[in-house]
Design a protein around this ligand. Structure first.
Ligand SMILES: C[S@@+](CC[C@H](N)C(=O)[O-])C[C@H]1O[C@@H](n2cnc3c(N)ncnc32)[C@H](O)[C@@H]1O
Length: 390
């Protein structure tokens, strides 16, 4: 299916299912879909812990479950599947090129380098950090690389690594959002995990300046989104708030059992306090609160709730009253984990919608564009690579 066609079909499906992925069970105790589809809500609420955890992590399995109630959702996994890029074998550079790179990051960089294709053009490495990707590409492709990065400490460290490895790589210490002389016609721009407005600036600024090729693995799409995501490619039907845009990148693939327990406790305590606040203030609407200092979770629930109550200007309740709210927090945490499976089925489809917006924009500027996976999800869930050539 052509990218524009896929975009049109996915856009229509996401628009028509907005009521499933937009409501956050953390805020809305029972999202509206649960009264329209009580059997679905009952099936989810009856899941045991293991099944709930598994469905929260496996979007495709969650889509299959949802499709029993909303048959049109059966299309979602197909629309969200992208092929793997064909990896070209890398030349052996020994371990020296990879000084200082954590193992997982090194594997991501190598996978990116194996999936992108050289074009015998000068390379611009966008939002480069210490320029590890640029350094590998300079070696691999035997081309000159300019690595653009805002942080002078990272630029200096990168320059030292480049000198040590004797590679043709220089650094431009600059702000990607405001720089005016970074793009040149006939460049090959690469970006590994440049966040939100940083990858969008590369695409709009670079295509306007005549950059010949792009290889971009985007991440953190919500960065730089004020209230509502502004599509680049067309007037689309689906509207994403900043929070919806964030949903596209909320899954983790590496949480240890200890971190999972900590996450559950923090959620249960916040929900316990939310229940308390709703009752004490007789205001049943969800009110967001400022981020909670991690140290507040180190004591017990009574201490936590007292600190929160003081901060939110509520009369501090008695210890007797508080005990019940901790229990109710855990009860709501259990429910939130299960009801959230519905929106979690849409994480990857929302990401694909965002990536299609970037890719279709590039097509409109005259590029031939491909989207594929440059590595498996276990290495990084932000594993989509947009490759465009003029
Ligand atoms: C997620 S890191 C990716 C780094 C590198 N591409 C990699 O994959 O290892 C994003 C990088 O963007 C840089 N950055 C953030 N804002 C920037 C800006 N306005 N201009 C240039 N670089 C920026 C950060 O300092 C950081 O090094």
């Amino acid at each position: 299916m052509r990218l524009t066609e896929r975009q049109r079909v996915l856009d229509a499906l996401l628009q028509s299912t907005h009521g499933l992925w937009h409501p956050q069970p953390f805020r809305e105790i029972r999202p509206q879909w649960s009264s329209e589809q009580p059997a679905l809500a009952a099936e989810l609420l009856a899941l045991d812990d293991g099944a709930a955890e598994q469905l929260n992590h496996d979007g495709q399995a969650a889509s299959h479950l949802l499709a029993k109630y909303f048959p049109e959702i059966a299309e979602l996994p197909v629309l969200s599947e992208m092929p793997a890029h064909v990896a070209a074998p890398l030349i052996e550079h020994g371990s020296r090129w990879a000084w200082e790179i954590p193992g997982r990051k090194q594997s991501q960089i190598e996978a990116f380098a194996a999936a992108a294709r050289p074009a015998d053009l000068p390379v611009l490495d966008w939002c480069a950090g210490k320029g590890h990707l640029g350094r590998l590409l300079a070696l691999q492709w035997q081309l000159e690389v300019t690595s653009l990065e805002i942080d002078p400490i990272l630029c200096e460290a990168g320059e030292q690594l480049a000198a040590k490895g004797r590679v043709r790589q220089k650094f431009a210490c600059n702000n990607a959002l405001t720089v005016t002389d970074a793009f040149e016609p006939g460049q090959h721009a690469v970006a590994l995990h440049a966040c939100g407005d940083l990858h969008r600036r590369l695409i709009t600024g670079g295509s306007a300046a005549g950059v010949a090729r792009f290889d971009i693995a985007p991440c953190c799409y919500y960065r730089g989104v004020a209230d509502v995501y502004q599509p680049l490619s067309a007037s689309l039907k689906t509207t994403l708030t900043r929070d919806d845009t964030r949903l596209a990148v909320t899954e983790t693939v590496t949480a240890s059992p200890r971190l999972t327990r900590q996450r559950d406790k923090e959620m249960a305590w916040k929900l316990g306090f939310d229940t308390l606040r709703r009752e004490l203030s007789e205001d049943s609407a969800y009110r967001s609160f400022k981020p909670v200092p991690p140290a507040w979770f180190r004591g017990d629930f009574t201490q936590f709730a007292n600190l929160m109550a003081q901060r939110e200007n509520l009369i501090v309740p008695s210890a007797n009253l508080l005990a019940g709210f901790e229990q109710r927090g855990w009860q709501r945490q259990r429910e939130v984990m299960r009801l959230s499976i519905v929106r979690h089925a849409f994480r990857r489809p929302l990401e694909i919608w965002l990536v299609l917006d970037l890719a279709c924009y590039l097509e409109q500027q005259g590029y031939a564009v491909k989207i594929g996976r440059f590595c498996e999800r276990q290495l990084t869930p932000r594993n989509l690579l947009i490759s465009a050539q003029y």
